[in-house]
Write a protein that binds this ligand. Structure first.
Ligand SMILES: Cc1cc2nc3c(=O)[nH]c(=O)nc-3n(C[C@H](O)[C@H](O)[C@H](O)COP(=O)(O)OP(=O)(O)OC[C@H]3O[C@@H](n4cnc5c(N)ncnc54)[C@H](O)[C@@H]3O)c2cc1C
Length: 393
C-alpha cells in the first residue's frame, strides 16, 4: 500500500521482500474469509486499538472502512457487510484482490525483488541478504513494513527487534495477540474432546479492579487449552493479567440464553430415573463436550451432586488459564516499534528517511478487520510522510 501511494506521486519504487512471493499473510487471512474492515462508526471502530487509538486515529480516519471498500472497487473487487458488521470482499477471498493489486502496482512501475531479506543498514543504505549474496541499496527514503512476529513461516519473523533496540530505536517485546490460552485438561478431555466447538457460550471475567466483562460467542477446546474468536477478543486483557498476577480464572456460561432458575427447573423436571448426563442431554440439549466439562468438574461425584450445584456450574463454570498459547500460532502480535520512536509522519526519530508501518508498530486490536485496516492505513500515512519529507526543501 505504501508502494501504491509513492508511485502515484511519481516516485521510483522498489519493493524488497524476504519471501519468494508477496502477500503471504494477506493470502492466509483470505483463507478465513479476508475480513478486511468493519462497518462500526469510526469512533467505536477506533476504540478497538485501545491506548494506540490516539495516535492511530488520524491515520485510520484518513483510510477508513469506506475508503477501503472504494479502493477494493478500484481493483474490480466488490465487498459486503456481514451480519456482524464485518466487511469482506464479495467472494471472501484474498487471492483475486492480491492478484489485481500486484498487477496494477507492476503496471505503474513498482519493481518487486523477492527473496531479499532486510538485515540492517550500512550507513544510510539498506543491507539485504539475497540468493546471490549480500546487497547494499541506497535510496532517498525507505518504508519498512516488516510485519509482526506470528506465523513466521509466512515471512514476518520479528527478528529485527533486537537490532532496532541496539540502534536506540524504542521497541516493545512481541507478545501473542488474538491467541489461544493454555488450560490443563485431563487426558480424557484431550483424547475425547480436543477439537470440539463449545457453542453457544458466554465468557465471563472479572479483572483485578473488580471490573467484569461478559461476551457471548464460540470457543474451541484444543489439546492445550481454549481457542476461538471469543477468547481472542479478550487476549490483551487476559495476557496482561497473567503477566502481572499469574494464572487467571474465567467463567463460562454454558447455557447463555437460559437463566439460572430456568436451568434448575428444567433439570428438576427431567425424569428422576435418568442419569445426570442423560438429564443434561435430554432436558437441556447439552452437547457432548459441555456434558463432559460438567462431569469433569464434579470429578466422579456426578451422581451425588445436587441439581442445584449442577445448574450453578452450568451457568458459572470456572476454568483456570495458565498462560498464552505460542506467539508463532497467534493471529497477530502486540509489541514492535513504539509510537514514541516515530514522528507524526511515522519516520524513525533516530533514522531520518526511514518510515515504519503496519503490524511491526506497537499496537494491537481484536479480529474484525481492525488489523488489516490499521496496516493499510499506516502504510498510506507513512508513504505520505515520505512524500512530505522528500519535498521538505
Ligand atoms: C491466520 C491469520 C488470519 C488473519 N485474518 C485476518 C483478517 O481476517 N482480518 C484482519 O484484519 N487481519 C487478519 N490477520 C492479520 C493480518 O493478516 C496482519 O495484521 C497483516 O497482514 C499485517 O500486515 P503487514 O503488512 O504489517 O505485515 P505482513 O502481512 O506480515 O507482511 C510483512 C512482509 O514483510 C516481509 N518481511 C518481514 N521481514 C522481512 C525482512 N527482514 N526483509 C524483507 N522482508 C521481510 C514478509 O515476508 C511479509 O511479506 C490474520 C493473520 C493471520 C496469521
Amino acid at each position: 500500500m505504501a508502494a501504491e501511494v509513492l508511485v502515484e506521486h511519481g516516485l521510483s519504487v522498489s519493493v524488497y521482500d524476504a519471501m519468494p512471493s508477496a502477500g503471504r499473510k494477506f493470502l492466509q487471512a483470505g483463507r478465513g474469509g479476508l475480513n478486511i474492515s468493519h462497518s462500526l462508526h469510526i469512533d467505536d471502530f477506533l476504540h478497538n486499538y485501545n491506548e494506540a487509538s490516539t495516535w492511530l486515529a488520524p491515520m485510520v480516519r484518513a483510510f477508513d472502512a469506506s475508503a477501503i471498500q472504494s479502493w477494493m472497487r478500484s481493483l474490480g473487487i466488490d465487498s459486503f457487510v456481514g451480519s456482524s458488521g464485518r466487511i469482506f470482499p464479495t467472494e471472501k477471498k484474498a487471492a483475486p484482490l492480491l492478484r489485481a493489486w500486484l498487477h496494477r502496482l507492476k503496471q505503474s512501475g513498482v519493481v518487486f525483488h523477492m527473496k531479499h531479506r532486510f538485515v540492517g543498514w550500512q550507513g544510510q543504505a539498506l543491507s539485504l541478504d539475497t540468493p546471490t549474496g549480500q546487497k547494499t541499496i541506497a535510496s532517498d527514503a525507505m518504508v519498512l513494513a516488516l510485519g509482526g512476529a506470528s506465523w513466521p513461516q509466512l515471512g514476518s519473523k520479528g527478528d529485527w527487534l533486537d537490532m532496532f533496540a541496539r540502534l536506540g530505536i524504542e521497541v516493545a517485546p512481541f507478545r501473542p495477540a488474538n491467541c489461544s490460552f493454555n488450560v490443563v485438561w485431563s487426558e480424557y478431555m484431550q483424547q475425547q474432546h480436543a477439537g470440539s466447538p463449545i457453542k453457544p457460550v458466554a465468557l465471563v471475567y472479572e479483572d483485578a479492579h473488580g471490573q467484569s466483562y461478559r461476551r457471548q460467542g464460540e470457543l474451541m477446546l484444543s489439546l492445550s487449552g481454549l481457542e476461538g474468536g471469543l477468547i481472542y477478543g479478550y487476549s490483551a486483557l487476559l495476557r496482561e493479567a497473567i503477566a502481572d498476577n499469574g494464572p487467571q480464572t474465567i467463567h463460562l456460561d454454558l447455557l447463555p440464553s437460559l437463566s439460572l432458575d430456568h436451568v434448575r427447573q428444567k433439570l428438576m423436571q427431567a425424569p428422576q430415573r435418568l442419569s445426570l448426563s442423560n438429564k443434561l442431554t435430554t432436558a437441556l440439549k447439552l452437547s457432548a463436550v459441555k456434558v463432559a466439562l460438567i462431569q469433569e468438574s464434579l470429578k466422579g461425584e456426578a451422581s451425588k451432586a445436587s441439581l442445584k450445584i449442577v445448574a450453578e456450574r452450568l451457568k458459572h463454570y470456572p476454568i483456570q488459564l495458565m498462560g498464552t498459547g505460542p506467539l508463532a500460532e497467534a493471529i497477530s502480535s502486540a509489541g514492535g516499534v513504539k509510537a514514541t520512536a516515530l514522528d507524526e509522519r511515522l519516520m524513525l526519530k533516530v533514522k531520518p528517511g526511514v518510515f515504519c508501518v503496519g503490524e511491526m508498530l506497537d499496537w494491537e486490536a481484536p479480529t474484525g478487520g481492525y488489523l488489516l485496516t490499521a496496516s493499510l492505513a499506516t502504510a498510506r500515512w507513512g508513504a505520505q510522510g515520505v512524500v512530505s519529507w522528500l519535498n521538505r526543501v
